[in-house]
Structure formats: C-alpha cells, structure tokens
Design a protein around this ligand. Structure first.
Ligand code: IP8
Length: 253
C-alpha cells in the first residue's frame, strides 16, 4: 500500500475570520477536484485530513487550549471536538454528493499523547478502509494527553503520523497560498532544509490559529520520509495527477 495523503487547510474550506463559517464555494471546488481525480483513477488510496479553520480554532482559543496547554473541562473539549465533527460532516457530504466514498476517522476516539507530548495514533482502521476502496477523512481535533487533560491535535501532526504509519508515497498540503513564499512573495520551488526558507517564514496571517503557521508546517514536512508539496486549491488536480505543484519539501531521510 502506497497511499497519498492530502491535507485541506482549514482556511481553504472555511471563512477563517468568522466563527463556524464554511466557505461553501471553496469546499465545492475542492470536492470537484477530488471527485475528478477519482474518476481519472488518480485518487486511488487517498487519505484526506482537514484542519480546523473557524470551527476548531475559534473554540480552542476561547477555551485557551493549544497543542501544549490542555484543559480538563470536558464541556470545552466537546465544544472543540463537536465543531470539528460538524466541519468533517460538511466535507464528507460534499464528497458523497460527488460519489467519493469518504469515511470519517475522529482522532479523539483513536489516539492519545504521552506526558512528553508524543502522539500515538494507530491507523489500522484507515489502512483497512483504503484496502476496501474508501477514502478515510481525518481532522484536527482534541486528544487525551497525559498530565494535560486534552490538548489540540493539529491536522499537520496527523499528516506526519499518517505518512509514517501508512508509509505514504506522497503528501500534499493544500493551503490558501500557492506554495511557501519567499520574501518577495514568489513561490520557493524546493526546500530541503529549514534554512532554505527561514527568512521568509512567519506566523499564520489570518484569524485565530493555535497551532502555528507555515514555519511549523515546513518543519514537520522536512521530518517526513516522503516528499511533500505545499500548493493552493487550484492545484489539487495537478497534485493528485502526480505533478509537484507549488513548493516541494524533501527532508532527506
Ligand atoms: O487547523 C487544528 O487543526 P489545524 C484543529 O490543522 C483544532 O491546525 C481543534 C483547533
């Protein structure tokens, strides 16, 4: 099995500045591109992961929960988790409308972090779904964390964990920008070390993002065994067709 993992950034599919607001037109376009790729047989063994956008991040920042600062308040945890499940349901139904056999995996019920923050996210259910022709759809979530209650689990961390445990061949991050941009706002075609882009990498530029911006993404993608691409929504079809749109990030080992 050599799956492709595609993360849909939360800011691509939601209005990031307004709480719990979907960008329906953007999500339709994304679902169209995935469905087209499916029809062309380009989306065999595809795992989708989506971020929080104005759903998860709004509730997480209201509750003061981050990837390291947890809460032991179950009501807050369920508010964050519930918002993410709502967004996940929107993603699933747009895919189902187009004949894509998507199934949800909710990380809160599937994994945990230890006291050092290390993530354990067994994904044998995803592997079995792939074998049966389904498209597993995971999402940023809250996750039980030893000593912290629950903390935020970002979609990017899920991408890293899934790429390793499912031995992904390729990883794509669909973002609101067409790639990792340099200081002149030009797409950097390839990054093989953090220093290649260090001058240009800042925080996220919109809304309440509790899990860090492009800098954190690049660091996580450099640590992967598989090549990763960062690109804009218009390039989903090209990525699924095997091209390397936007920025390609190769960490080496
Ligand atoms: O948008 C965060 O996922 P991300 C999910 O991929 C929550 O960082 C619950 C804020």
């Amino acid at each position: 099995m050599t799956p492709t993992i595609l993360k849909l950034g939360g800011s691509v599919i939601t209005e990031k500045d307004r709480a719990e607001t979907l960008d329906g037109a953007a999500l339709d376009a994304v679902a169209d591109a995935i469905a087209d790729a499916f029809e062309r047989d380009d989306a065999d063994e595809l795992v989708l992961v989506h971020g929080g956008g104005s759903f998860g991040h709004h509730h997480a920042s209201e509750a003061g929960v981050t990837t390291t600062e947890g809460t032991d308040d179950a009501t807050d945890a369920v508010a964050i988790h519930g918002a993410m499940k709502t967004l996940n349901q929107f993603v699933l139904s747009r895919l189902h409308d187009r004949g894509v056999p998507a199934l949800p995996i909710h990380p809160l019920s599937a994994g945990a972090r230890d006291a050092d923050g290390a993530l354990d996210l067994p994904l044998n259910q995803a592997a079995t779904m792939l074998g049966e022709g389904f498209v597993p759809v995971l999402h940023g979530d809250v996750i039980a964390t030893a000593g912290e209650g629950v903390t935020v689990l970002s979609g990017d961390e899920i991408v890293t964990a899934a790429a390793e445990s499912l031995s992904a061949e390729r990883v794509g991050l669909c973002s609101t920008v067409p790639g990792v941009l340099d200081t002149e706002d030009e797409v950097i075609p390839e990054i093989t070390a953090y220093e290649d882009a260090a001058d240009a990498l800042g925080g996220s530029d919109a809304g309440e993002d509790v899990t860090g911006g492009m800098a954190a993404k690049v660091r996580e993608l450099l640590a992967l065994g598989a090549p990763a691409s960062v690109f804009g929504a218009d390039d989903i079809g090209a990525f699924l067709a095997g091209e390397g749109p936007g920025t390609t990030i190769r960490g080496g080992d």
